[in-house]
Ligand binder design. Structure first.
Ligand code: 13P
Length: 246
């Protein structure tokens, strides 16, 4: 990792209630005492916590994001959904889109493309998740899948300055398994090669923890991590940050 900002994105998934916000205090304290290092912390809690979390983080450098949004920019009759401007209005600066847990329940590349466009219109930054399944990896289709996800997901989006790519192999999420160093190096370099000279930031996600992060941080061109399970423990999350930025 170089002299650039390193991203630590906490994806809380469907975990957390108002009481869970108390766990932020340690992370706030950490960020206040480690001001000189170049890193960004972004918490993506469930929608129910975006507002209270934003308030709690008001006087800090830690930012908040959502985990998904509806593809329609306008208001509309979509029961149970929220759109990009609604999450923005309660304090989100980022949104995770294309997460494999949503692709698995029917989100298509085209739908993700519409969501990204709507999020850009609302002024949000996008953490755009891509990644292959175990079956695809075994049949050596990783690059082909990533190419399709990138091309379709970012179709007709000229200005990619708001996009951050998160490479999350589906087989690595929540399993404890991470890609081998050589394979991950190759995949990140492949993702980079899909963009012109100025490529987006690239994060890695999938079973990142305080034991494997020192290995992962050595992979060239990784700008940070998208962290699920380990981000729910402030102790583990701080440990991951510390081990990366030191
Ligand atoms: P885990 O870190 O729990 O494997 O989850 C990764 C993830 O899906 C983050 O978006």
């Amino acid at each position: 990792m170089t002299n650039k900002y390193i991203y630590f994105v906490a994806n809380w998934k469907m975990f957390g209630n108002l009481r869970s916000l108390n766990s932020l205090d340690k992370v706030i304290k950490f960020s206040k005492t480690n001001k000189k290092k170049k890193y960004k912390i972004i918490y993506c809690p469930p929608n129910t916590l975006i507002r209270p979390m934003s308030k709690r983080l008001k006087k800090t450098t830690i930012q908040v994001g959502a985990q998904n949004c509806h593809h329609t920019y306008e208001f509309g009759a979509y029961t149970g959904q929220v759109n990009s401007s609604m999450i923005k209005s309660v304090g989100a600066k980022y949104v995770i889109l294309g997460h494999s847990e949503n692709r698995q329940i029917g989100e298509t590349d085209n739908l993700i493309n519409l969501k990204i466009k709507s999020a850009i219109k609302s002024g949000l930054k996008i953490i755009f998740c891509i990644g292959e399944t175990l079956k695809e990896k075994r049949s050596k289709k990783t690059n082909q899948i990533l190419k399709r996800q990138i091309e379709k997901g970012l179709k007709s989006i000229k200005n990619k300055s708001k996009i951050i790519i998160a490479y999350e192999p589906v087989w690595s999420i929540g399993t404890g398994a991470i890609p081998k160093e050589a394979a991950l190096t190759q995949t990140i370099s492949f993702i980079k090669s899909r963009f012109a000279k100025k490529y987006p930031k690239i994060l890695y996600g999938g079973s990142v923890n305080n034991k494997n992060v020192e290995k992962l941080k050595k992979i060239p061109n990784i700008d940070g991590f998208l962290i699920g399970g380990a981000s729910q423990s402030s102790k583990k999350f701080i440990d991951i940050i510390q081990k990366t930025i030191i």
